[in-house]
Every structure is written in structure tokens, then in C-alpha cells.
Design a protein around this ligand. Structure first.
Ligand code: UD1
Ligand code: UDP
Length: 371
């Protein structure tokens, strides 16, 4: 069986890497990989770490690309790719524009689609935008749905998906995270080299790790968050490290608002190992990232999510993730509470694994083999 994994961005690559590895270990399966390269540098960082070899690279990324461009470039490129690679099944991950376009191209080519990380929903098509629509559309193209949690399965059932075609697997991001932790813990030389490349943090100060990139936050949200970070940095007892996403809309705000502050380090996007290392070292994470919301609970790190909605309610319900939106005042108040109130901090900082046990990829590979 020829199973073609198609993906294009950093988080898709991180979450597909364990699946590709598992598929390669199963007799009777030929795993193939095609990247759209909707991301370039940030994708290549992951391909390198997990030694993913490509059968095809569409190399679509352009500076400041729009959604229509990405959709049509991926759809057009994959039409030809599917003819060339002749997959029996296409596997997509998550909710990016590559995910949706790859599923649509497979539908047009009459190739069945498996969807990894199926069933996440906010119920609001404007948030996250365009991801909520990408994943809904992908659901209705796919015939095999790998739901990370029971809640995700319920969302799919609610949309009329056949229960016999849903497998609850856990999220493969936890497989990737555990792989990364194992590498970091096994290789002290590599860890020391990673440490040397990272900004030096004053041991007397607490580290706050920040990321942000959501399109619905471009219209003022990212800037309000940045103004909050300035006020948090002004406390004097924290250092903020912010690996800035390469999207020019994110770069512009980060550079304009934050570059001058001595306690805020703006750095390029980190490869996965150093990023995991920094998550582990941090006292607090401020992010709008989906993947980081899933990883941080496993590391016992409190997360303030700079979004109004989340499709990942499990850690919010458990109390380790709090939705703070993009209001400057609210972000500052929530961060200060965590930094000043030991009991509040401890309440949010226990390790738990609502998103997976590290065996999601094995379950997915097994289900694929069985059809
Ligand atoms: C995309 C996904 C989003 C996902 C995010 C993960 C869509 C519409 N958006 O958002 O769902 O959560 O990736 O990070 O699918 N760029 C580079 N180098 C890179 C990556 C990006 O220069 O390696 C710059 C380019 O100028 C590019 C721009 O960022 O045009 C935007 O990239 P794009 O993939 O369209 O959007 P993201 O904001 O990265
Ligand atoms: N990540 C990384 N380097 C960074 C920032 C994030 O490797 O500088 C990882 C992070 O651990 C997570 C994934 O990238 O696994 C999340 O990607 P992103 O936030 O870009 O996308 P999202 O998950 O929101 O779709």
C-alpha cells in the first residue's frame, strides 16, 4: 500500500514525523512524502531534525503569500504529484491551507484521504481563521479520521461522521515531544551546544517564552499582546524570549514594539530541540500556537493563550491553560498573578497529558494497515 503524507508547514511536519517513521517500519506499506513547502525555512528545520526524505517538494512559499495563492499553488501542484506518485491513500494533518488543498486534490483524483488530528473545533469559522474552515472541509473529504481526543471524536460524531471511521489515537505531537526530550536527555554534548546558541538568561530571573502568529490577531491583536509584554518585562524580574515567526506581519509588530527592550530577546524561529529545551526552562508560556498548547501541559508549564477561542479545551478544563485573549490589561493581570502568587502558579503548573501518551503514531499506522 502506497501511503502519501502531504504537508507544508512547521507544525504539520512535527506532527507527521512520528507517523512517517511508524509507517516505514510496517511491512507491506510504502510511505511516500510530498511537501508543499508552504513554509520553507521553518519546514526545513523539522525535515532536518527528523531526517525526513522527500519524494516531491512543490516549493510553493512566497514572501507574504495570500490564502488564494497557497490554495491554488498546492492544488495545482498536487494534481500532477498524485499522477506521478500514484498513492493508494493520502494522509494530511491538521488545518492549514496545505491540509485542505491536499485533501481536495486527492478528492478530485479519487484517492481516499486519512486525516490526522481530526475533529478539533471552536465552532466559530472566524477563529481561528482560516483554520476552522480548513479542518471542517477536510473532515468532509476524508474517509478515515484520527481524532486526538474523545472530545474531538464527539465533534466529528456531531457532524454526522460514521463512528466506524473514527479512531481516537492521541495527538502525534506528544510522540514528537517525547522523542525530542529523549534526544535532549541522552546527549549532553548536543544539549550544551543548544544552550550555547540560545540567549543567556540571568538565573535570578524567570523566563517567559512567547510565540504568536494567528492571522486573526494581525488586525491589532498581536500589537496589544506586544504592549502587554512590554509591561510584563518592566517588572524587572523576568526575561522574555520570543522566537519570532517568519510571517512578515508578525515580524513587523515584534520589531516595532519590542526590539528595543533589554529584557526582551527577539530571536529567529528555533529548531524543535532548542524550542523544547526552552519550554522546559520557562516559568510561563504566552502563545497563540496550537501545538504549544498541547505540549506545555506535558511539561507542566502554565500557558496564557492569546486567543479568544480554543479548539483544545482539555487543558483549559484541567486548569493549566488559560484563554486570555489579546487584551493588554488582561494579559498583564494574568501574567502578574502567576508570577506573584505562588498558589496560583502551582495550581496551573502540574504535568498532565490530555493530548496523548506518545503512542498516537503507532495507532495511526496500525489503523492504516487495517484499511
Ligand atoms: C501557517 C498556517 C497556520 C499554521 C502556521 C504554523 C495557513 C493559512 N496558515 O500560517 O494554520 O498555524 O502556518 O506556523 O495555512 N515565512 C517564511 N519562512 C517560513 C515560513 C513562513 O518566510 O519558513 C513567511 C513567508 O513570507 C510566508 C509567510 O511567512 O509568505 C506566511 O506563511 P503562511 O504559511 O502563509 O502563514 P503562517 O502565518 O505561517
Ligand atoms: N516550535 C518550534 N520552534 C519555534 C516555535 C515553535 O519548533 O520557534 C514548535 C512548537 O514546539 C510546536 C510547533 O512548532 O510543536 C507549533 O508551531 P506553530 O506555533 O507555528 O503552529 P500551530 O501549532 O499554531 O499551528
Amino acid at each position: 500500500m502506497r501511503i502519501l503524507s502531504v504537508f507544508g508547514t512547521r507544525p504539520e511536519a512535527i506532527k507527521m514525523a512520528p507517523v512517517i517513521r511508524r509507517l516505514a517500519a510496517l511491512p507491506g506499506i510504502t510511505p511516500l512524502v510530498c511537501v508543499s513547502a508552504q513554509h520553507r525555512q521553518m519546514l526545513d528545520q523539522v525535515l532536518l531534525l527528523f531526517a525526513i526524505t522527500l519524494d516531491l517538494d512543490l516549493d510553493v512559499m512566497r514572501e507574504g503569500q495570500g490564502l488564494t495563492y497557497v490554495t491554488t499553488a498546492v492544488l495545482g501542484g498536487l494534481g500532477e504529484a498524485y499522477e506521478k506518485l500514484r498513492p493508494d491513500r493520502v494522509l494530511v494533518q491538521g488545518d492549514t491551507t496545505t491540509t485542505f488543498a491536499a485533501a481536495l486534490a486527492a478528492f478530485y483524483a479519487r484517492i481516499p484521504v486519512g486525516h490526522v488530528e481530526a475533529g478539533l473545533r471552536t465552532g466559530n469559522i472566524d477563529s481561528p481563521w482560516p483554520e476552522e474552515m480548513n479542518r471542517r472541509l477536510t473532515t468532509h473529504i476524508a474517509d478515515l479520521h484520527f481524532a486526538p481526543t474523545e472530545q474531538a471524536k464527539r465533534n466529528l460524531l456531531h457532524e454526522g461522521i460514521n463512528p466506524a471511521r473514527i479512531v481516537v489515537t492521541g495527538n502525534t505531537v506528544i510522540d514528537a515531544l517525547l522523542d525530542a526530550l529523549a534526544i535532549l536527555d541522552a546527549d549532553s554534548t548536543r544539549l550544551a551546544a543548544i544552550e550555547r546558541e540560545l540567549p543567556r538568561i540571568d538565573p535570578a530571573k524567570r523566563l517567559i517564552l512567547v510565540t504568536g502568529h494567528r492571522r486573526e490577531n494581525f488586525d491589532g491583536g498581536l500589537e496589544r499582546v506586544a504592549r502587554g509584554l512590554l509591561r510584563i518585562a518592566a517588572r524587572g524580574d523576568v526575561e522574555i524570549v520570543y522566537p519570532v515567526h517568519l510571517n512578515p506581519n508578525v515580524q513587523r509588530v515584534a520589531e516595532t514594539v519590542l526590539a528595543a527592550h533589554p529584557a526582551i530577546r527577539l530571536i529567529p524561529p528555533l529548531a524543535y530541540l532548542p524550542f523544547v529545551h526552552l519550554m522546559r526552562k520557562s516559568a510561563l508560556i504566552v502563545t497563540d500556537s496550537g501545538g504549544v498548547q498541547e505540549e506545555a501541559p506535558s511539561l507542566g508549564k502554565p500557558v496564557l493563550v492569546t486567543r479568544d477561542t480554543t479548539e483544545r479545551p482539555e487543558a483549559v478544563e484541567a486548569g493549566t491553560v488559560e484563554l486570555v485573549g489579546t487584551d493588554t490589561e488582561r494579559l498583564v493581570t494574568c501574567a502578574n498573578r502567576l508570577l506573584d502568587d505562588r498558589a496560583a502558579y502551582e495550581k496551573m503548573s502540574f504535568a498532565h497529558n490530555p493530548y496523548g501518551d506518545g503512542h498516537a503514531a503507532a495507532r495511526i499506522a496500525e489503523a492504516l494497515r487495517n484499511g
